[in-house]
Write a protein that binds this ligand. Sequence first.
Ligand code: IMP
Ligand code: MG
Length: 191
Amino acid sequence: MTAVGDLVILPSQIVPHVSDGATLRVLYTQEQIAERVAALARQIRADLGPEEITLLCILKGGFLFTGDLARALDGPVHIEFLGVQSYGDEMHSSGAVRITHDLTRPIEGRRVVVVEDIVDTGLTLKYLMNVLAARHPESVHIAAFLEKPAGQSPVRPDYVGFSVGDEFVVGYGLDWAQRFRNLPYIAAVVR
Ligand code: IMP
Ligand code: MG
């Protein structure tokens, strides 16, 4: 166990540059994440073919996954951003989704891959799929870095990085009240 300021990391493998009074347990390391993202990129390219793929980054949580996926994908890639806010600063899904930043280009006729940080209840994705369908893309696939099986989402992602249990996780884009998004690993908040 390591203590850095008032932040405790279990097991101790990465020294964080935050000291926000939380105890974190590392679930997936930076190396495990890099390997998994490379495999997902190969799978996505194999499934969708050599044509241009539009990665639709769901802000804010999808920003690191999108950046890594974009660099791991061979062939032509466009990047778009859609900002949604689904939680406020709570640890539980409110079910209310709000668009905070809209697309700047049409996605009509495009091969879209929605890039999300995590699917929990799936309410965010369900809402998003309706919003996107109205804009007539050629196809929409969903890549979620994490999935909480306990959430029993009505919308299933086509590509999933890792499954996590019914715990609150941070890092690699995911926040707790806007903190910890910059951690290069995925960790569960112990307290
Ligand atoms: P859903 O609508 O319940 O599927 O929740 C999806 C959104 O809630 C995600 O895109 C995240 O922004 C957020 N979220 C859900 N679970 C967690 C978590 O464990 N840590 C951080 N954010 C989460
Ligand atoms: Mg999110």
